[in-house]
Design a protein around this ligand. Structure first.
Ligand code: FEO
Length: 397
């Protein structure tokens, strides 16, 4: 598949309906993804980015149907990560002397990945590349989400090629934001932001202000994954500005793992307590061993507070809770409150360990947590309900 976006811009990427994991096994892609590459024709012809390595042969063959490869005058690599640069080695076998425009950090990444001395042309923010009747304007966007990342803007067509920012892991044959299911699109956008861009929110905020400050008209935003934003394209920019501002909804998420259902019963009783004290709050429960970790992280991103539960096992905590906390720690969430809970039979270290993990991960831990011995009895369940009530009242003070 390829399709024309404007008279001069053609999408030449790959829709990957089968993809189920991205970044190795780190990111679930329930709805597949796309690797967006764009061919821009003017007096000079430009290819923007490529596709992931497994599709390199197919990509180059399809590209030959669009344009004789030797007619490609320049390549722009907005971001050197393998999902976008992976077909460069195959392509460059055919056109080894074609200049590659990218940032200084991208040169390091591309050399690090492919060990080739291609004709790199380093660009900086504000520099331009004329291709005839139009020109590209380059904007460095370091740490959105790699040091090498940049965006480029095509004048006359008024298209912002935004790289990973504003993208989604969302396979579709429609490829435009106004044609797809809006709820699916929103979910994939917020999941992408929560799981990939959260640690860089301060940079996202600054970069949005900088790009908006250029006062350039934007007709279409073309990200590197998922559908293109042609209908009200700035809607996703506004969403990013919101998400970058320590975003939260009126939600409390309870994460737990359990061995013989004691900690699960505690979780459910705490949820009951929260609801009894505040009917407006959206309480969600997730067993960390049974639910997709990226979906859980998306829910943590939306939450104003979390509760974290594990029974004590071998003086520690259950591995699914430890695993997801390692990811949550790296994402550096801000402005969220928390507390811990769990059952125990004899030594009972889990709640203290969980509280410490929450603190290390940047959460404001508001109390010492609650632990219950063996399988919670009626009195213990009543204590958990009370704990949930106190928790929600304390965080809404
Ligand atoms: Fe889609 Fe950072 O690569």
């Amino acid at each position: 598949m390829s399709f024309k976006i404007t008279d001069s811009v053609t999408w030449v990427g790959k829709v990957d309906w089968e993809l189920r994991k991205f970044h190795g096994e780190e990111y679930s892609t329930h709805k597949g993804s796309t690797y967006n590459s764009y061919l821009v024709r003017d007096q000079k012809n430009v290819l923007i980015d490529t596709v992931w390595i497994p599709f390199a042969g197919q990509f180059v063959e399809k590209l030959k149907n669009e344009i004789p490869l030797e007619d490609i005058d320049f390549i722009i690599i907005n971001h050197a990560e393998i999902d976008h640069s992976g077909s460069l080695p195959e392509l460059m076998k055919h056109i080894p002397n074609t200049p590659i425009y990218c940032t200084a950090n991208a040169v390091k990444s591309l050399k690090g990945h492919y060990h080739q001395a291609w004709d790199f042309r380093v660009v900086k923010t504000g520099e331009k590349l004329s291709i005839g009747s139009k020109e590209f304007v380059f904007v460095e966007a370091p740490m959105l989400h790699w040091p090498d990342t940049m965006m480029c803007y095509l004048t006359e067509d008024n298209i912002l090629f935004s790289t990973d920012a504003f993208g989604q892991h969302y396979a579709s044959e429609y490829m435009y934001n106004d044609l797809v299911d809006q709820s699916e699109l929103y979910h994939e956008c917020i999941k992408y932001y929560a799981n990939i861009l959260t640690p860089f929110s301060r940079m996202v905020d600054r970069k949005i202000k900088e790009v908006v400050g250029f006062n350039l008209p934007v007709n279409i935003i073309c990200p590197s994954h998922g559908v293109l934003w042609r209908n009200d394209p700035l809607q996703i920019v506004k969403k990013y500005a919101e998400w970058a501002g320590d975003y939260q909804e009126n939600q409390i998420t309870i994460l737990y793992d359990t061995m013989w259902d004691g900690t699960r019963r505690m979780a459910e009783a705490i949820a009951e307590g929260i609801k009894s004290a505040d009917v407006t709050v959206n309480v969600k429960l997730f067993n960390t061993a049974r639910r997709d970790k990226n979906d859980i992280i998306t829910e943590v991103f939306k939450s104003k507070a979390i509760l974290l539960g594990s029974p004590t096992v071998n003086k520690g905590i259950l591995s699914s809770v430890a695993g997801i906390m390692e990811e949550i720690k790296g994402l550096a969430f801000k402005n969220k409150k928390a507390a811990a809970f769990g059952t125990y039979g004899w030594s009972g270290e889990s709640v203290a360990i969980l509280s410490e993990l929450l603190k290390e991960s940047g959460f404001a831990v508001i109390n010492d947590g609650i632990k219950e011995l063996w399988n919670p009895d009626e009195k213990a369940i009543a204590e958990c309900i009370e704990f949930g009530k106190d928790f929600v009242l304390e965080i809404t003070k």
